[in-house]
Design a protein around this ligand. Structure first.
Ligand code: PAF
Length: 307
């Protein structure tokens, strides 16, 4: 049986994690790195709770060097703000029946890709794994999470289960998800409560338990609940705060992804986290003052480009 050829766009930690697990499960993989950056010299994956790195293989190239109509399974592992441009850069290489699997954090970038490319099957993965690179091409799978995978558009509905079947052959934990929108919102709600605040306070997740900060967490959760309820999304019976509190305590020693971005002087995902809530709330005529203020504070303080 011929194996699906997977192309992973983005050689950051998540891109290398997926490329590594896919290849080690027997799939041929191409890993696309940025034009302006040299290809990694070698590739390795240190699996969850293992000490030794194991090599994996991938053809290393760039989007513009990909032959016409050569990609039928594309994984987009870029930051949210790069996703639409990244897909545009590789569009010439997509086959007519290509499936695009989006791994972005937050919400808004997946919908933007789905809107721009309705002709392709669009699938989203909502991921809770933790991974980091020690050097280009070398990734450590630090936190075991789940990848919930589901269709984002009509074309995606036709193929997403095949995508899940492939991914289930890897050692990633994969869950077939009928309602990916709900799964993305569940994760978004946690990121809304944690990420912006940790960046503004330059603090670890656990340090959000300090009373003044925790009050803001609580207000953020209430605002998200109001928007989710108006969108007829499911909410936990006790509300979002107990859930956010569990994550804060369970990841107490972690630096959130947004804190890390600010420490490295990078563009944050605030537009796709608190910014997305603000946008949705505006459509629904709901006030979300806490998220709006966090959105504005992050934009201003970390000199973020306007969206
Ligand atoms: O973005 C992150 O850092 C993570 O999703 C979370 C859950 C906030 C933990 O750090």
């Amino acid at each position: 049986m011929s194996q699906t050829h997977w192309t992973v766009l983005g050689a950051g930690s998540l891109g290398c994690l997926w490329a590594g697990y896919l290849n080690q499960a027997g799939f041929p993989v191409t890993l696309l790195h940025r034009e302006e950056v040299a290809a990694p010299e070698s590739l390795s994956l240190t699996r969850f709770q293992e000490d030794q790195a194991t090599a994996f293989k991938a053809e290393l190239t760039t989007a513009s060097a990909c032959p016409e109509k050569s990609i039928s399974r594309l994984v987009v592992a870029t930051k949210a703000h790069d996703a639409v441009t990244a897909v545009a850069g590789v569009q010439h290489a997509l086959t007519d029946d290509a499936c695009i699997v989006l791994l972005q954090n937050g919400m808004g970038s997946q919908q933007a890709v789905a809107e721009k490319y309705p002709e392709y099957a669009i699938v989203a993965a909502c991921i809770t794994d933790g991974a980091y690179r020690t050097e280009p091409g070398h990734v450590i799978h630090a936190g075991q999470g789940i990848s919930r995978v589901g269709a984002l558009n009509a074309q995606g509905q036709k193929v997403w289960r095949q995508v899940v079947e492939d991914l289930e052959q890897t050692d990633l934990i994969i869950e077939a998800c009928e309602n990916i929108n709900q799964a993305l919102w569940n994760k978004l709600a946690i990121n809304i409560a944690i990420n912006g605040l940790t960046a503004l306070n330059q603090c670890l997740n656990g340090e959000l338990m300090q009373p003044e900060r925790y009050q803001r967490v609580s207000r953020l959760c209430r605002e998200t609940e109001a928007v989710m309820a108006a969108l007829k999304l499911q909410l936990p019976e006790q509300g979002l705060l107990p859930l956010a509190t569990d994550v804060i305590k369970g990841t107490a020693k972690n630096r959130s992804s947004m804190l890390q971005d600010t420490l490295r002087g990078k563009i944050t995902e605030i537009d796709y986290i608190n910014g997305y809530l603000v946008q949705q709330a505006e459509h629904l005529n709901i006030e979300v003052p806490e998220s709006l203020s966090i959105y504005r504070e992050v934009k201003l303080r970390f000199n973020q480009p306007s969206s």
